[in-house]
Design a protein around this ligand. Structure first.
Ligand code: G3H
Ligand code: ZN
Length: 284
């Protein structure tokens, strides 16, 4: 069942767990993630970056692919089809028009007022069409050994102002998290996260959650995170398995065997994360 993320995230906020958002890259990724989440009875957000959408042939292709998989695989859990890090109103509009049920407008690299204006434009277009909107403030891709931390972390005041002015459904703050591999020990500012949570009272999203250990994830959920984004951990697990398979089977040339040799690795990560986020058995 394809839904927007509003009710799912509100429920997660109320009951203190997080809904997983896994990035998809192709048919196999979408299929394995859906099957693993169906087995776990976990709601799931399939996140599609601009790059992944273009790799798969466009937003309409992705929408058709996901809808057909839900039908053919008899998926009954709630599934959100979500644009991840949409960089402009035009991109978000394309995803909404193609049937995505949720979009993220990421204008966080623009000045604060411009971020508000672009986000507002997306909220107006998306909410009229029943599509949920996530936005980002602060800067996610800086390591926290950066000298100018004040300029990259979000503050509770700007978070409150941003949510008040835009009426978004969920917010991704910068609290020391980053995409890809962390250099050294990740340091998330949980006190800041807790203050932002209190000041905005809407679901919060944790980007860059690959590589965070159990304790960090559980603390983040305790401090108000209700959607957790995982991309890198799945990519690492899949590529390791596929490399091993190719080494052990140098004569193999059937793409189905090569690509699917990473199936169990993907499913294993998804099952582990679902358990860790406590999203298992939340979709009955
Ligand atoms: O938007 C996608 C996620 O924030 C991915 O984060 O690189 O830690 O998996 P990750
Ligand atoms: Zn992200």
């Amino acid at each position: 069942m394809l839904v927007n993320s509003n009710e799912l995230l509100k429920l997660a906020l109320k009951d203190n767990y997080a809904v997983p958002a896994y990035n998809i890259n192709n048919l196999e990724w979408a299929r394995y993630i859906l099957e693993a989440c169906q087995d776990d009875k976990s709601p799931v957000i399939l996140a599609v970056s601009e790059g992944a959408a273009s790799y798969m042939g466009g937003y309409k292709v992705v929408n058709g692919l996901v809808k057909s998989l839900l039908d053919e695989l008899k998926i009954t859990i709630p599934v959100v089809l979500h644009l991840d890090h949409g960089k402009s109103f035009e991109v978000c509009k394309k995803a909404v028009d193609a049937g995505f049920t949720s979009v993220m407008i990421d204008a966080s690299s623009k000045p604060f007022e411009e971020n508000i204006d672009e986000t507002l434009q997306v909220v107006k277009y998306a909410s009229d069409r029943g599509v949920s909107v996530e936005a980002e403030i602060g800067s996610l891709n800086e390591e926290n050994n950066n000298d100018n931390i004040a300029s990259i972390y979000s503050t509770p005041e700007e978070a409150k102002d941003f949510v008040f002015q835009t009426n978004i459904n969920s917010l991704a703050p910068a609290i020391g998290n980053k995409h890809g591999l962390y250099k050294g020990e990740p340091k998330l500012d949980y006190e800041l996260l807790g203050s932002i949570c209190k000041s905005v009272k809407i679901p919060l999203v944790l980007h860059g959650a690959s590589g965070l250990d159990e304790n960090k994830i559980k603390t983040a959920i305790f401090c108000g995170i209700t959607k957790i984004n995982i991309n890198t951990d799945i990519q690492l697990a899949w590529s390791e398995e596929v490399k091993k398979y190719i080494q052990n089977n140098p004569e193999e040339y059937d793409p189905r065997k090569i690509i699917s040799s990473g199936k169990n690795a993907i499913k294993k990560v998804v099952h582990e994360k679902n358990r860790l986020f406590d999203s298992v058995n939340r979709a009955n």
